[in-house]
Design a protein around this ligand. Structure first.
Ligand code: 13P
Ligand code: SF4
Length: 302
């Protein structure tokens, strides 16, 4: 039996023993996506975690995503596939910084991108993901919004609303380093291709693209499109599902470094070890969880 097959069987056995469900983000390695029960974007994963009846949720992704699962499911055990997998964007705002910014803009409602810690969610009025950010902002009564921590998603939202958006200067290193010039060159190389990018990209990159979409919105967009080739402005892991679901279409990345190091920390080996040792249990202090849950549930209700 091949090493891969052996690992897959070991994980299947562990899953049964733990009465677990395995969920994975669209950026995970292909072989990790393949053994997951559900693969999706941040919004889909948050929703899916409220629907599972397993005892344990094994989360293949980064810490804030597993924390969201804990916030919504305190009665389940949530294991993060690789304990050190974080999100540098989420780490760009501390609770002290959020307090200072709130004091500076006392009239503003605080909208936090789901790529944030449980403490930041607890200190915000409502949460959003890249799939629903404009909808969330437009649902609020306040006409002044403090948007944290991603400046590019916040800027994109400002093009979809009449509200005043105050931007906090966080960014995702891999999306932020994609330059408009690189996208222009990719468009020249593949003149027939449509460019779709993540809203964590710079405004000038988004301006060149056909659409700014969450990872799962990209998958739906491609399926519904009459076009045959696409330039993809997000993490390379999404190409696995794009190819699987659209074998007749072509996909091109803008550069060769569209890689999220933390998303790639999870391998099948590490996942098996996490499940075997029941390690990397994610916890959130109860008073933080209750406040964060209000922000996440307000979003899910929209
Ligand atoms: P999605 O919600 O679009 O899957 O994005 C999550 C993320 O981390 C983007 O960098
Ligand atoms: Fe965070 Fe960027 Fe990785 Fe998404 S791609 S998890 S925003 S570092």
């Amino acid at each position: 039996m091949s090493e891969l097959k052996q690992l897959e069987e070991r994980i299947a056995g562990l899953k049964e023993g733990l009465r677990a469900v395995i969920v994975a983000h669209n950026y995970q390695r292909p072989e990790v996506q393949d053994i997951a029960d559900f693969v999706g974007d941040s919004l889909e994963l948050a929703r899916r975690c409220t629907e599972v009846d397993a005892e344990t949720i094994v989360f293949c992704g980064v810490r804030f995503m597993a924390e969201t699962a804990v916030i919504l499911n305190p009665e389940r055990t949530v294991l993060l596939s690789e304990g050190s997998a974080g999100c540098p964007l989420a780490d760009m705002i501390t609770t002290g910084e959020l307090r200072q910014w709130r004091e500076r803009y006392p009239r503003a409602a605080v909208v936090c991108y789901v790529n944030s810690s449980a403490e930041i969610k607890a200190g915000s009025d409502i949460c959003c993901t890249s799939a629903n950010a404009a909808e969330v902002v437009n649902s609020l009564e306040s006409d002044e919004i403090l948007f944290v921590p991603d400046q590019n998603l916040g800027h994109y939202v400002s093009t979809q609303t009449t509200k005043k958006i105050i931007l906090y200067p966080g960014f995702c290193y891999l999306h932020h380093r994609i330059q408009a010039e690189q996208l222009k060159r990719a468009m020249k190389r593949h003149p027939e291709a449509r460019a779709i990018v993540h809203p964590e990209c710079r405004p000038e990159v988004i301006a060149l693209a056909e659409a700014a979409l969450s990872t799962s919105q990209m998958l739906r967009h491609v399926k519904a499109s009459p076009h045959k080739s696409f330039i993809i402005g997000t993490e390379e892991g999404l190409l696995h599902r794009l190819h699987l679901e659209n074998p007749d279409r072509s996909f091109y990345l803008i550069s060769d470094n569209q890689i999220c190091i933390d998303m790639k920390r999870t391998t099948l080996q590490i996942l098996a070890q996490t499940m075997e040792l029941k390690q990397n249990t994610v916890t959130v202090p109860e008073e933080v969880r209750l406040k964060a849950r209000e922000a996440v549930e307000r979003m899910l209700a929209i």
